[in-house]
Design a protein around this ligand. Structure first.
Ligand SMILES: Nc1nc2c(c(=O)[nH]1)N[C@H]1C(S)=C(S)[C@@H](COP(=O)(O)O)O[C@H]1N2
Ligand SMILES: [Mo]
Length: 220
């Protein structure tokens, strides 16, 4: 069957399968050493600390929007209902914060970043993502890391709606990078041709932030 005979909705599924087969967005760098669950220099906590710039925006479900822009085939403007109508996934992952705390086994629910990318359809020339949040925070990462299989646009934690202090109504979670890459109160996702520094990255934090290589600060 030629491509133009495939009905519109199964085209997405087809692209998804093709991307999976080609390993699109995957570089092989996204692997946690099986023997070292706790990265070097980290200690475990049972509570969940709150860290941000001190401005926790109040965002009602009615006013909430997510924009996806840049090098993509389909720019997206999603309201809460449209976001909830996307395929929902559950993921369990560990948090590693650059301030040295880690927290195991966090259960998230939300939209897998891969499912969002299947809708937006990144162009070949794109390789990086800039995230912008409702509090003005920005952070950057490679597209292949944003598209990690356990990366999720999370709206729930441990079965409850994500609270405002932790980034509710929706935050990103990219578990294999230090937690500053996991933007709270996410508002906009831009797909870029080249890497660009976000807020902490301009202020001395590492451009990539791999906890197992202790990429905390840029001079390291
Ligand atoms: N929008 C936004 N996202 C943010 C931040 C922020 O200040 N604003 N801080 C980052 C940092 S440095 C960390 S460690 C985590 C903390 O998330 P938590 O408060 O849910 O533990 O959020 C990250 N995402
Ligand atoms: Mo942090």
């Amino acid at each position: 069957m030629s491509d133009d005979q495939i009905p519109e909705d199964s085209k997405l599924t087809t692209s998804k399968r093709r991307w999976a087969a080609e390993g699109k967005f995957l570089t092989g760098r996204i692997s946690r050493p099986e023997t070292e669950r706790l990265p070097p220099g980290q200690h475990l906590v049972k509570n969940w600390p709150v860290l941000d710039l001190g401005q926790q925006p109040v965002i009602s479900i009615e006013s909430w929007r997510l924009e996806v822009r840049g090098l993509i085939e389909t720019p997206l403007d999603l309201n809460w209902a449209a976001f909830q109508a996307l395929e929902q996934s559950t993921m369990v992952s560990d948090i590693h914060c650059v301030t040295t705390w880690s927290r195991y086994d966090n259960k998230w629910k939300g939209v897998a970043t891969r499912d969002l990318l299947d809708l937006a359809m990144p162009k070949e020339e794109t390789g990086y993502v800039m995230l912008t949040s409702y509090d003005g925070y920005t952070t950057n990462l490679p597209l292949s890391d944003f598209a990690a299989e356990d990366a999720v646009l999370a709206t729930a934690w441990e079965g409850l709606p994500l609270t405002r202090d932790h980034g509710g109504p929706m935050r990103l979670v990219v578990p294999h990078l230090y937690f500053w890459k996991s933007a709270k109160w996410l508002r906009r996702i831009d797909l870029l041709p080249a890497d660009k520094a976000g807020f902490w990255e301009k202020n001395g934090y590492h451009m990539y932030g791999d906890p197992w290589r202790e990429q905390r600060y840029f001079e390291d």
